[in-house]
Design a protein around this ligand. Structure first.
Ligand SMILES: Cc1cc2nc3c(=O)[nH]c(=O)nc-3n(C[C@H](O)[C@H](O)[C@H](O)COP(=O)(O)OP(=O)(O)OC[C@H]3O[C@@H](n4cnc5c(N)ncnc54)[C@H](O)[C@@H]3O)c2cc1C
Length: 283
């Protein structure tokens, strides 16, 4: 039940710079300035769930449509999601699509055992429900230094912001090589596989590789940071975007630095437990 064949125009299931402090509980948005220097609007608005799809046993994709104002965001940014009743603490979820006419947002949520917000999304949130969305936050966005060859490294649901960045890059006129390496536990955890294979078939500059950490089968297998030297050559010319659990992105950032990637071209988005006083780190 994963991505179908829709082009870089959107995720194929049927169915918004350096941020400053935001308190998860307060739902207060603060002004922020993009890394490219432009002002980004920050907002809090009600949205309605218009579709919800199980991608596997642990992950659902939820599509939200604005009930009032649209949220203006850049590919790669995240929002805070909460219920309207104030019973669920707002949590950060990356927007997995580029801005669309109509302002829909695609969120991809992996359930955390005992996790309040992710269990709410999985177990209680239904099509037709209203939710509160605020943001956008984060600087995990294509900056002015990017646009050349790019390597995307995703750990599990860290694929969400990378889908948006890829959709943006594949929709542009750029022909520089784009490579995605997705690290998943098992084959069933390779979310959006058809979508990614479809992009690879249609875009000669895009290559998709998956690695499995908890399964036997076709290589490559094993943990991604350790695999990188075997999978990649020199990264001296490459921009790198890595998203997922903190240990994953830190390990990847270190590995790509050792392969020659310039620190100013390494972008990371670590899925911390709470929104941090920064949106993403340039390491
Ligand atoms: C910038 C950013 C973007 C994010 N984007 C996404 C996204 O696109 N999709 C997505 O599924 N999640 C994403 N997350 C993680 C998400 O915000 C929540 O942390 C996650 O859904 C768990 O929230 P919860 O309320 O269910 O768990 P909580 O009630 O906060 O915690 C429940 C239990 O799970 C553990 N736990 C909670 N979060 C994590 C975590 N991230 N890693 C390891 N253990 C954890 C806690 O230690 C606790 O034991 C993102 C986080 C950040 C900071």
């Amino acid at each position: 039940m994963e991505g179908g064949g829709a082009g870089p125009q959107g995720i194929g299931w049927d169915m918004p710079p350096a941020s400053r402090a935001i308190s998860a509980g307060s739902r207060q948005a603060v002004d922020q300035t993009s890394s490219s220097g432009g002002q980004l609007s920050l907002d809090e608005a009600p949205f309605r769930v218009i579709s919800k799809l199980a991608l596997n046993r642990r992950t659902v994709a939820v599509r939200l449509a604005p009930l009032e104002a649209e949220l203006h965001f850049q590919a790669g940014q995240y929002v805070l999601l909460a219920d309207l009743q104030g019973e669920v603490e707002p949590q950060s979820y990356s927007v997995a699509n580029v801005a669309r006419p109509g302002g829909e947002l695609d969120l991809v949520v992996t359930v955390m055992p005992g996790g309040q917000a992710s269990q709410w999304v999985h177990q209680r949130l239904a099509v037709g429900d209203k939710v509160q969305v605020s943001g956008p936050y984060g600087n995990f966005v294509r900056g002015s230094v990017d646009g050349g060859p790019t390597l995307y490294l995703a750990g599990g649901v860290g694929l969400a912001p990378i889908l948006a960045l890829l959709e943006e890059a594949l929709s542009s006129a750029q022909s520089a090589p784009l490579r995605l390496i997705l690290s998943a536990r098992t084959k069933a955890d390779v979310i959006f596989r058809s979508q990614l294979l479809g992009w690879q078939a249609r875009h000669s500059n895009f290559r998709f590789i998956r690695t499995l950490t908890r399964a036997s089968g076709e290589p490559p297998l094993g943990r991604l940071p350790a695999q990188l030297p075997q999978l990649l050559g020199s990264l001296a010319e490459e921009s790198v975007f890595a998203a997922g659990p903190e240990g994953f992105v830190d390990g990847c950032a270190e590995a790509v630095r050792q392969l020659g990637a310039s620190p100013r071209r390494i972008h990371t988005e670590a899925f911390f437990l709470e929104p941090q006083p920064w949106g993403g780190r340039l390491v």
